[in-house]
Design a protein around this ligand. Structure first.
Ligand code: ZN
Length: 226
C-alpha cells in the first residue's frame, strides 16, 4: 500500500505551529533577503533553482494540499535558518529539521563537515543522529518528515531510507550529487528500498531561497580564490 493514502498530520502540525505563536499564513513566509538577492555572477553553479517536477513525476511524487504546502514552507524556513548558521560558520550552507508525526520539530542541524573534520557530518545525518532514540520508534523515524534545503546526496539518501523517514521535503536541486534523480535515483519506485519502499518526496519547497544561499556561498568563495 502506498503511503499516499495515509493522511498527513496537518492538523496537529498546524496546532503545534500555533502553540509556538506561528501563523501559517503565506504572508508571513515570504522569501528571505537572500532569496531576492541578484548575483552579479550568475551561471556557474551546480545548484539548480529550476527543477521540473514532470521529469520526476513517479509514484513518490506528492500533490500536497494548500495547507500542507504552508506547513512545508514553514518548516523549510527553519531549515534555511540552519543553512544560514552553516554559512556563518564557513560551511557549505545546507540545513535540515526533522518533524515528528505529531508536528513537533524534534531536531535541527546543519552541515558541519569542516568543523567536525568529518565528511559524513551532513545536515541530514546530523538531524537524524540527534533525533533517533528520542522518539517512541527508536531509530525508526516512520511518519517523521525531514526537511532539507538541498536535494540529498547518496550518503544522506541512504541514511534517510535506512532510518525509515516517512517524507523527505527538499528545496534546491543538487545537480552534481543529488540522489533524487539529479545524479542517481535512490527514491525510485521501480527499484525501491526493500524495507522502506514507500518513502514520499516533496521537491522544490522554497527552492529559490535554498539555491541562492548555495550560489552566494560559492560565488564568495570563488571571489576569495578559495
Ligand atoms: Zn549528504
Amino acid at each position: 500500500m502506498l503511503r499516499h493514502s495515509l493522511s498527513f498530520p496537518a492538523r496537529r502540525i498546524v496546532d503545534a505551529a500555533r502553540r509556538r505563536g506561528l501563523s501559517l499564513s503565506l504572508s508571513l513566509i515570504r522569501p528571505t533577503s537572500l532569496a531576492g538577492r541578484a548575483s552579479p555572477h550568475p551561471a556557474t553553479t551546480t545548484f539548480s533553482a529550476s527543477s521540473s517536477s514532470e521529469e520526476y513525476d513517479d509514484e513518490t511524487t506528492t500533490n500536497p494540499s494548500k495547507q500542507e504546502e504552508q506547513i512545508h514552507e514553514l518548516h523549510m524556513l527553519q531549515a534555511i535558518e540552519q543553512a544560514k548558521l552553516a554559512y556563518a560558520h564557513g560551511e557549505v550552507p545546507v540545513g535540515a529539521v526533522l518533524v515528528s508525526p505529531n508536528g513537533d520539530v524534534v531536531s535541527r542541524a546543519y552541515n558541519r563537515t569542516e568543523a567536525d573534520g568529518d565528511p559524513t557530518s551532513h545536515a541530514e545525518l546530523n538531524v537524524i543522529r540527534q533525533a533517533t532514540g528520542g522518539l517512541p520508534g527508536g531509530w525508526r523515524l516512520l511518519d517523521c518528515t525531514l526537511y532539507v534545503t538541498l536535494e540529498p546526496c547518496p550518503m544522506c539518501a541512504g541514511a534517510i531510507l535506512q532510518s525509515r523517514v516517512g517524507t523527505v521535503v527538499y528545496g534546491a536541486r543538487n545537480t552534481l550529487l543529488g540522489a533524487d534523480g539529479s545524479w542517481i535515483r535512490m527514491f525510485d519506485r521501480e527499484r525501491p528500498h526493500p524495507f522502506h519502499p514507500d518513502v514520499r518526496v516533496v521537491r522544490g519547497v522554497r527552492e529559490e531561497a535554498c539555491g541562492n544561499l548555495m550560489k552566494d556561498f560559492f560565488r564568495r568563495r570563488r571571489a576569495r580564490g578559495a
